[in-house]
Each structure stands twice: as C-alpha cells, then as structure tokens.
Design a protein around this ligand. Structure first.
Ligand code: ATP
Ligand code: BTN
Length: 268
C-alpha cells in the first residue's frame, strides 16, 4: 500500500479478509460510532457469542476510566472491543484480562522492533508516552459474570495523537516511534492472534511473568495516587498473582496496590 493510502477509512471487506483466519465469534465494523465498549455491552446483553469483535474507524464518545474521554479521530487509530464469555479461567482471574490485552499489544509492538512498556494498570507506552489505553468492563446477570468487554484504543498513525493540552500524560503513536506508518488491519490481526494464544494460559505463572517483564518503571521509585488517602511511594517490584501491583515502601515493607482508580507516575 502506498503511504498516502494509510490515511483512509478502514474497509470492512479488507478487514474481514485480514481477520478471516481467526476464530472470531462474530464481527461488527463501524466507520463511526459513539463507543465500541457501549456497543459491546449492548451486544453482549443480546447474546453475542464468545470472542465477538467490535471495531470502529472513529469514536465520537470513546471512554477511558472514570468516564474520561478517549480520542479516536478517523483514519488513524484502532478502537476495538472484544466480548469474552467467561470460562473457568476468566472467572478465576478476572483482573488478568487487562494484562491479556496489554501483553498482546506489547508483544505485537515488540515484533515491529519497538520497546513497549505496560504502565500498570491499563496503558501501554512507547518512549515513555501513551500509545494505547485499555478499558475492561463487566456485565453481570445477578451474581454471575455474564460477559467481559475488553476495550482498547491504539494510536497507530500520527493523526491519532490528541492535542497536548487535552492530556494529563504525554501521548504518541506507533508511526511516530517507528518512523513509518503501519497498516491497522495487520496490526489488529497480530494483536488478536496473541490474545487467542495467551487466553488459555492466563491462569499460568508464565502469563504473569510475561506481563510483569513488560511493566514500565520496574525497579524504579514510583508514586501511586488513589482517589483518597495519601499517595503511596516506593520501588516498583512487580505483580501479585491477581494482577495487583507490588511496591516496596520506604520502610522496606511490601505494599500491594489493587486495580482501581489509581494513577502511577515515576518519581522525578
Ligand atoms: P493514568 O494517570 O493512570 O494514566 P489517566 O489520567 O491517563 O490515568 P486513563 O483513564 O488511563 O487516565 O486514560 C484516559 C486519559 O487518556 C484521558 O483523560 C486523556 O488525558 C488521555 N487520552 C485520551 N485519548 C488519548 C489517546 N488517543 N492517546 C493518548 N492519551 C489519550
Ligand atoms: C484509558 O486509558 O483510560 C482506557 C481507554 C480505553 C479506550 C478504548 S477505545 C475502544 C474502547 N471503547 C471505548 O469507549 N473505550 C475503549
């Protein structure tokens, strides 16, 4: 494809053919949508099969955590949501699903020759800047976990990088870091193949280790801020089995930070 051919809307037929070798439950593509996660939640409640994929070229109300905005301008990013019907593995390790997407993207970026890092809990960085964000949501039927929605936005081409004044953390794109554009369909296929490979292994130590190996700021002093209470400062050691973050505080004690509304920053 010529370079100018990269800044075009995704084409449903081309994407379907790119993904044809993958065992997707079902597939819905949108040129433009509010939020792929919203569509996935609705579709899951209407019976979407396991491993169904929603993909959009553009989102007008993309969401991050706590209803923060996620920008997905047209022709430049990946915005996707995967619907998982929980198996025993997801039921046993629900909090590992964020790691499943983060690790699958990180390995795909590594294969492109980049050096991705996972900024716990839900971002992927290139060159210390955010290239992707992950939002996992659950839908319940009474006490039973009915579906997990694994949403991810990836800044692929330069045009996907939001204006700096709208960001709390600097952003980048794969194109910026690689110095050349990347085709979104083949990247998507690569990510999904890795999700399929890792999913049955999510309960294993090898999964946790692989996730941990890609963590940003390992061995460095970091600060974790929550919504309430004092920030926690310490050396970032790694992950607990449930995907929580393990730090060593200034008194040498091990401290666990659980998933939630927390912000991780390196200490300057
Ligand atoms: P943290 O401080 O832990 O990274 P955060 O404040 O970045 O959290 P998140 O919920 O992880 O918040 O991500 C949402 C934020 O990401 C938005 O508030 C916005 O600043 C930023 N953002 C939105 N769209 C993009 C994008 N396409 N690329 C990079 N960053 C984005
Ligand atoms: C974050 O960093 O807070 C997570 C951002 C998650 C964005 C993705 S884009 C696809 C899916 N649809 C949404 O509305 N959000 C997620």
């Amino acid at each position: 494809m010529s370079l100018s051919g990269f800044l075009i809307r995704m084409n449903r037929t081309e994407i379907e053919s790119e993904l044809s070798s993958l065992p997707l439950g079902a597939f819905r593509y949108f040129d433009t949508i509010g939020s792929t996660n919203d569509e996935a939640l609705t579709w899951a409640s209407q019976g979407a099969p396991d491993f169904s994929l929603i993909l959009a070229d553009e989102q007008t109300s993309g969401r991050g955590r706590m209803e923060r905005k996620w920008f997905t301008p047209p022709r430049s990013a990946l915005a996707l949501s995967l619907i998982l019907r929980p198996t025993n593995i997801e039921n046993a390790h629900p909090s590992r699903t964020t790691g499943l997407l983060a690790l699958s993207l990180a390995e795909s970026l590594l294969q492109l020759g980049l050096a991705p890092q996972i900024k716990w809990p839900n971002d992927v960085l290139l060159g210390g800047r955010k290239v992707a964000g992950i939002l996992v949501e659950s839908s319940w039927m009474g006490e039973r976990l009915d579906a997990m929605i694994l949403g991810m936005g990836v800044n692929v081409l330069n045009a996907s990088i939001p204006p700096a004044d709208q960001l709390l953390f600097p952003a980048t794109s794969i194109e910026t870091e690689l110095g050349r554009p990347v085709e979104r369909g083949s990247l998507l296929r690569e990510i999904l193949s890795r999700v399929l490979d890792w999913r049955p292994k999510m309960g294993m130590d090898t999964f946790l280790k692989a996730w941990e190996e890609h963590l940003a700021f390992r061995g460095q002093q970091v600060q974790v801020e929550g919504r309430s209470g004092d920030p926690i400062t310490g050396e970032l050691l790694g992950l607990e089995p449930d995907g929580s973050l393990r730090l060593r505080n200034e008194h040498g004690r091990s401290v666990t930070v659980r998933f939630g509304e927390v912000h991780l920053r390196p200490l300057a």
